[in-house]
Design a protein around this ligand. Sequence first.
Ligand code: 5AD
Ligand code: SF4
Length: 514
Amino acid sequence: MNEEQRLANQQVNQPKKEDKPEKDYSKYFEKVFTAPSLKDAKKRGKEDVKYHKDFSIDEQFAGMGKDRTFYIRTYGCQMNEHDTEVMAGIFMQLGYTPTEIIEEADVVLLNTCAIRENAENKVFGELGFLLKYKRKNPEMLIGVCGCMSQEESVVNKILRSYPHVDMVFGTHNIHRLPNILKEAYMSKEMVVEVWSKEGDVIENLPKKRLGSIKAWVNIMYGCDKFCTYCIVPYTRGKERSRRPEEIIAEVRELAAAGYQEIMLLGQNVNAYGKDFEDIEYRLGDLMDALRKIDIPRIRFTTSHPRDFDDHLIEVLSKRGNLVEHIHLPVQSGSNDILKIMARKYTREHFLTLVEKIKAAIPEVTLTTDIIVGYPNETEEQFEETLSLYREVGFEAAFTYIYSPREGTPAAKMVDNVPEEVKKERLQRLNEVVGEYSRKALERLNGEVVEVLVEGTSKRRDDVLAGYTRKNRLVNFKGPAEVIGQLVKVKIIETTSYSLTGEFLEVVKNEKVEA
Ligand code: 5AD
Ligand code: SF4
């Protein structure tokens, strides 16, 4: 089927905006497709999550990717990046070859992020752009997956305005990629397969890891916190933890393969293990097991202050391969705002937690996420965020203007804060963030730091670049052979966000003590 036929078919089958009001769309496609629904996604059932250890690609799909290429563009967080690695692994098992030239790809996937409106706008812009490539190459299959696909309004918009999209699938069914591709090759219609209810935990999915030095490892999926601004609990489903033995085995394998650093991933890692019914096993226990594995660095993201328990702090204080950097999103320093965000902690609780962490790990670096311009945030409430930032002495932060997300409680709140005020608050906050970051880096001047060398600098290929245990970027001149290794570097220059150093020597591999 060529592109014109496909578009003609789509136009015949799709209701037009003017003859059907938007609210009728869901009814229309619920009959035809597996449709996404934020309302269904909100339900947290008691049913057990099933564990599947036996993922394999069915024979019917063998050779599907022969002489075909794929390209995946990833938006958003590290969880999405890791999902991309899984999808790339599936593509390669199907026989597809990766390409870096998007216009030449036979299949293009956009793995999307729904966290803020501007993330979504980028995707719609890209979809418009892809139409040009598709006109040149009508056989190109275009797919949208990731968090945006879980939103009913997004799927409606794609159905209505982007008929050149061939497939839409969600975060709970990426393992169904072979089936979805097959259907897209055969179908005249856009294939939409989005499960509102979270899927099971599937082990042994193939992965094409993007690097050979650092690796991501999922420890849990989903989030049950329902902060009032956040779309994630709807797009990623309820909390499901992977079994510890699976995680430990994966980290061991990565260590044996020569990886130097592991980032453990979850939307709310401090809730790890809460869903186990047969064992009492939490993040502290997992970290205690992982620190005995011979791999230089282990990190995790993202933490929620509410579930950050004393056992975890005690284990992290043993250090070794557990780095002394904790990303601890606070979101706001005002108790009123924290309350309407449903963060379920107060400024005082947060400060007590920070004190405990600092007492146990004196060298710790704390970084955070902050949202400014929450509905009706007052100047005083905003200033409480600034004062909290100073009181904690965070060394860096991701800062955002609140972005209403359809379907979340905050999106229904009346908001009296003008856009210019929100922008001005963001700028003031960023000045404080910059000041603390600069001071933290200045303190490193003249110090010797351990750097995991990842490659050459983006700007200059005669300069090497890597990260410290505290995730600070360091640029330095040194021999190319040290790429992939831990080295000692003396810091000789600092700016607000970067460090320049002098290469000293390769770090000897000291076995991690049990
Ligand atoms: N608007 C702005 N920022 C948001 N975040 C999550 N949801 C929103 C939203 N609706 C921020 C939070 C979170 C980070 C990943 O993104 O700070 O910690
Ligand atoms: Fe979103 Fe994080 Fe809150 Fe979960 S804990 S709802 S992912 S901000």
